[in-house]
Design a binder for this molecule. Structure first.
Ligand SMILES: Nc1ncnc2c1ncn2[C@@H]1O[C@H](COP(=O)(O)OP(=O)(O)OP(=O)(O)O)[C@@H](O)[C@H]1O
Ligand SMILES: [Mg+2]
Length: 272
């Protein structure tokens, strides 16, 4: 296939603020505003932005769990807008507790994306558990018998077991301790290199996206306000919001902050 693996075109989602009296409903609030980007096969894209900027809404519209009010999702050349988890696309949710069926054993949960007829099911599930650093013996347990970090790894194993072409990961490692974080991120990167897995990583942690993505999208107030290669965006942020994000994670250096501000004023695109 030539061309992009994923094309997000003008995705828009609005919510009406709740009101006890229907006729008092205010105007709908746009929480995702005409978001567009493309992703090549095997590419790693980061999405960063403050809380409430629309990152999860974008991912949920992208995998078809929310129907957008406008826009399209084209995956592998096919319009999949509103289609729940189309073949070849997987997602790891921000809250793994809510995404794992509490009554099913871990092995069954991880094996969900595999077709029932698949002969080596058990072996593939054990391999996927091993890849995220879990003992295959946890396959016999129920979700509530695991820690939060272990549940998150189960969700990641489930997303990767059927070797998708694209996985959306919404804050996948923030609940994990640092060594497991590094292990999971290294696994994603190696799957990208070995199997051409493309992934979209949503994270608050700029250090994480800096190490694990090639391109970066910055969101604020439901809009994509900046996009480019990760190295460029982090080295020369154009949008003031990206600078604020950077200033919040880098140790404060007044000289560097002043230089960044001056650079921004000098290079500011018209109208920004
Ligand atoms: N079901 C809903 N009904 C009404 N408003 C919603 C709903 N889901 C999300 N929102 C609102 O949409 C906006 C974007 O939410 P979203 O969860 O996409 O943000 P986010 O960038 O993922 O934030 P965080 O970093 O905290 O996870 C927020 O203002 C949120 O309150
Ligand atoms: Mg979110």
């Amino acid at each position: 296939m030539t061309g992009p693996l994923l094309r997000i075109e003008g995705l828009t989602k609005r919510y009406r603020p709740p009101s006890p009296l229907p006729f008092l409903n205010g105007p709908p609030r746009t929480v995702l505003d005409a978001a567009s980007f493309t992703l090549a096969p095997g590419e790693a894209l980061g999405i960063v932005g403050g809380s409430g900027s629309g990152k999860s809404t974008l991912a949920l519209c992208g995998v078809g769990l929310l129907r957008p009010d406008a826009g399209r999702v084209v995956f592998a050349g096919r319009d999949v807008t509103g289609e729940r988890a189309p073949p070849g696309m997987q997602m790891v949710f921000q809250d793994p507790k809510a995404s794992l069926d509490p009554r099913r054993r871990i092995a069954a949960i991880v094996g969900e994306p595999l077709r029932p007829a698949k002969g080596e099911r058990e072996g593939l599930v054990a391999e996927a558990l091993g890849e995220v650093g879990l003992d295959p013996a946890v396959g016999g347990r129920l979700p509530h018998e695991l820690s939060g970090g272990q549940r998150q790894r189960v969700a990641i194993a489930r997303a990767l077991v059927a070797r998708p072409r694209l996985v959306w990961l919404d804050e996948p490692v923030s609940a994990l301790d640092v060594s497991v974080q590094a292990q999971v991120l290294a696994l994603l990167w190696s799957l990208r290199e070995r199997h051409g897995l493309a992934y979209i990583l949503i994270s608050h942690d700029l250090a994480v996206v800096a190490r694990t993505t090639e391109r970066l999208v910055v969101m604020e107030g439901g809009r994509i306000v900046e996009a480019g290669t990760t190295a460029e965006v982090l080295a020369r942020p154009c949008h003031p919001y990206t600078q604020t994000l950077l200033d919040a994670v880098l140790p404060f250096d007044p000289k560097a902050a002043k230089a960044r501000l001056e650079r921004f004023r000098r290079d500011r695109p018209r109208g920004a």
